[in-house]
Design a protein around this ligand. Structure first.
Ligand code: AMP
Ligand code: ZN
Length: 114
């Protein structure tokens, strides 16, 4: 999608700090980190919201989660714990309408979230 900032990151039209890439998934550091580790993990296919994914596309999310698991291992986040967040829609504060998982680690997190 031409006006999607994450598609532009995927196409390298906008620079980002990439930490993982394969044919289906990209992971890069959040430009405005909310924790010492704040990585965005996204499918390369443009889908606006998680709930817009059709059933045939669900295996993409397994691939995204596989990358999250790899990053948890690489960044040694498992022992202390970490958080994975998806914001969807206005009430949840979704700002970029290209499916993305926030992987947050390196500090304690409160519950319930704000
Ligand atoms: P959300 O509110 O769930 O849609 O999260 C969007 C996230 O994208 C925010 O945490 C932003 O800091 C992050 N973000 C926006 N633009 C960029 C960018 N160019 N590079 C990296 N992260 C970005
Ligand atoms: Zn996009």
């Amino acid at each position: 999608m031409t006006d999607c900032i994450f598609c532009k990151i995927i196409n390298k039209e906008i620079k980002s700090d990439i930490v993982y890439e394969d044919e289906d998934v990209l992971a890069f550091n959040d430009i405005d980190p909310k924790a010492p580790q704040h990585i965005l993990v996204i499918p390369k296919k443009h889908v606006a919201c998680l709930s817009d994914l059709g059933r045939p596309e669900l295996p993409l999310i397994a691939k995204v989660y596989g990358v999250i698991q790899k990053l948890v291992e690489d960044k040694k986040l498992k022992a202390a714990g970490y958080r994975v967040v998806v914001n969807e829609g206005k009430s949840a504060g979704q700002a970029v309408f290209h499916v993305h998982f926030h992987l947050l680690g390196g500090r304690d997190f409160s519950w319930p979230p704000g």
